[in-house]
Design a protein around this ligand. Sequence first.
Ligand code: PMP
Length: 406
Amino acid sequence: MTGAATTYDDYFQRALDGLKADGSYRHFAELERQAGRFPKAYHHGMGREVTVWCSNDYLGMGQHPSVLSAMHASLDHSGAGAGGTRNISGTNHEHVELERELADLHGKEAALLFNSGYLSNWATLGTIAARMKDCVVLSDAANHASMIEGIRHSRAEKQIFRHNDVADLEARLKALPRDVPKIIAFESVYSMDGDIAPIEEICDLADRYGAMTYLDEVHAVGLYGHQGGGVAEQRGLSHRLSVIEGTLGKGFGVVGGYIAGSAALCDFVRSFASGFIFSTALPPMIAAGALASIRHLRGSQDERERHQARVAYLRAALDRAGIPHMDNPSHIVPVMVGDATRCRALSDLLLSRFGHYIQPINYPTVARGTERLRITPGPLHSTADIDDLVAALAALWQEQGMAAAA
Ligand code: PMP
């Protein structure tokens, strides 16, 4: 016997059966990443090496030699864990150095680390919106779950403005009393469509109506801007944002999240956010690895240039092959399928027959009818890898009788 909770297990199972019936049950691909081999990885289910096309380790920094050696050195020097919450013995020198680097990267007075990007959004928005009396949060309709949950947790009034719609945002701001605190929460690069927010216009509105701006740059830090400071840096707008939030787990290739902003704001979140206060700090080696990654990407254009070149190469090859993909100004290349069953079938065939791994993106992550293969080519994919992928997609497109792009 390993324990009995049959009554509740029945409940759990019914809920899972519901997910399976509507095609939204998630299956894990058991991968074995091998340092130095990315984007190749061993796929345990397939029993073979595959090419990974859906990783958010966008620049391959998770295996960069400078990151690995910083982590090895820190592990040997400091040991495995941080030893406590930040407040009770867990603040190591590496955390402090990393927070200084992040503040500097974004041109802000301060930064604050969290154990994930999810937590940084949830805890920061949840804390500020809850504690500022009468605060109203204006949230883009396409915002990530971590922001939505944080706002919900705050119990503050929330207004959802139409995605990237400055006119709708302005109408809502105009209708609110001038003297209530307001936060505009939005993203720079949106993760599923790869479109980019009108950051400057939103900052103009924030100035006009006295709102603070909260920008999630999770899919942009490391990737855009001369130093990898994100789209705000690229557009010369960092100084106009109240908070820039980012992750250390995607472009920077490690794990963790952060906010950068004024000293008062970061100290406020540090002092009041339970999701920050009551959780063991990231291991020092994680902070050391992230620091090495950020420093490398601040000084090197090579990864960003090769990244953009691969994205352009893939888009052109898809165009030549007539494979429909969403047009956007970012590195995210959504190949549109438009049907959940077909999307899963294509993903399965790409994997089993051609050794290309692209996780299907279905409802509820995207709206029904917009199911897709979200491809994120990186600087470590070769042009031969891309040619091979597009040939496989073209063969499947024809075989399945799917419509070519107009
Ligand atoms: N914001 C956005 C827009 C995201 O897509 C994600 C993760 N997919 C997060 C925040 C959370 O970041 P992390 O993975 O570091 O928890």
